[in-house]
Design a binder for this molecule. Structure first.
Ligand code: CP3
Length: 347
């Protein structure tokens, strides 16, 4: 395939294979970076960092300046969508996000109030300002990714009011209040679709949809709550921007990974570290994949890190690959390990 752009990540999304794959890391702007911690302190609270374009720009660019990754991801959070829908998100230091749990009868009003995405997108206007600002400051060859959470994953926080280990509250809610739950996911899909469209129009080159909790659903529930809402987002984005490039990350979804691309319409599937490379290879025959180093190998460093990298390059380096972790980088990762990883891959 021909080189269509000087952006390696975009070319891989178009099916190109590189000898040295492009690389970026999920959560690459974060607490493992001293410069992030410094800006984070200045911002006061986490959402203030997300909603102040100058600060969001600053932290988005930090990992690019330090490591020269091939892609930059907008600094924000998947929970800005519930925040924009009036679910008042708070980040409690050391505990993670907190929301007021929603009850089934509240969903009808929520859907009615936000039928049009306009008000929610207006609330998120600082994010679009950040996107435009970031694109203008990034090197031309760096792909700039926008993102949103998938409706199921975002809904788990709206329902439970916090992260839970197996999302039992949301699974239960979906069985007890199927109609309302389905309406909530449709709403999230529509607002998220419009949110991605606006990110792409503001300067993002491509977008990623994070379904971090898709692994707790099986059988028809996976189709109903993961596939359908993500396809709804993809269709909505492509109706406005037909050539929009979209990465899907259905973390932990096991066998459901296999036909995720064909069922949702995403261009590239991001794989967690549990996906066997023979399965990943099979998926690579149909298009680009992203992943899938265990973040704990990066934390461990040394031989464990080198072996994990070599394994991915040997098995998956001969097809369209965006090198990444199988989930986000953790705060304890030493900077020297990220440098070791880049040296191993780029030489
Ligand atoms: O990848 C990036 O660098 C972009 C920024 C980004 C953040 N969150 C910044 C963040 C992205 C893409 C996310 C996505 C996100 N947020 C997901 C999906 C991906 C995943 O990791 O599964 C989820 C489930 C969330 C919700 C969320 N945000 C949780 C559960 C937490 C607390 C967990 C923790 O590590 O403390 C956050 C907070 C958050 N989002 C931080 C960062 C850098 C840490 C908060 C801080 O700096 O105080």
């Amino acid at each position: 395939m021909e080189n269509t752009s000087n952006k390696k990540v975009m070319n891989v999304l178009n099916g190109e294979t590189y000898k040295v794959p492009p690389i970026w890391l999920m959560r690459q702007a974060g607490r493992y970076l001293p410069e992030y911690k410094e800006t984070r302190k200045r911002a006061g609270n986490f959402l203030n960092l997300c909603y102040t374009p100058e600060l969001a720009t600053e932290v988005t660019l930090q990992p690019i300046k330090r490591f020269g990754f091939d892609a930059s991801i907008l600094f924000s959070d998947i929970l800005v969508i519930p925040d924009a829908l009036g679910r008042s998100v708070r980040f409690v230091e050391g505990e993670g996000p907190r929301l007021d749990p929603i009850e089934a009868h509240e969903i009808v009003d929520l859907v009615d109030r936000f039928k049009s995405s306009e008000e929610a997108l207006e609330f998120l206007s600082p994010v679009f300002d950040a996107v435009t600002n970031i694109r203008s400051k990034l090197p031309n060859e760096t792909t700039f990714l926008g993102f949103c959470g998938a409706p199921w994953t975002v809904a788990t926080y709206i329902i439970a009011g916090r992260g839970t280990p197996d999302q039992a509250p949301s699974r239960l809610f979906a069985y007890k209040h199927r109609h309302e739950f389905s309406k909530l996911l449709d709403l999230l899909a529509d607002v998220s679709g419009d949110y991605l469209i606006k990110q792409l129009r503001s300067g993002a080159d491509a977008v990623q949809i994070f379904d971090s909790w898709s692994g707790v659903l099986g059988n028809s529930d996976f189709d109903d709550w993961c596939i359908k809402p993500v396809k709804r987002i993809v269709d909505r984005v492509r109706a406005e921007i037909p050539d929009a490039k979209i990465i899907g990350f259905p973390k932990g979804s096991g066998f459901n990974y296999l036909d995720y691309r064909s069922k949702t319409g995403v261009d590239c599937v991001s794989l967690d570290w549990s996906v066997p490379h023979n399965i990943a290879k099979q998926m690579q025959n149909k298009g680009a994949i992203q992943g899938n180093l265990d973040p704990m190998r990066l934390r461990a460093g040394g031989d464990a890190l080198n072996a994990g990298i070599d394994d991915i390059l040997n098995n998956l380096g001969h097809g369209p690959l965006i090198f990444n972790l199988g989930h986000g980088i953790t705060p304890e990762v030493p900077i020297s390990h990220v440098e070791q990883m880049l040296k191993r891959i780029r030489g």
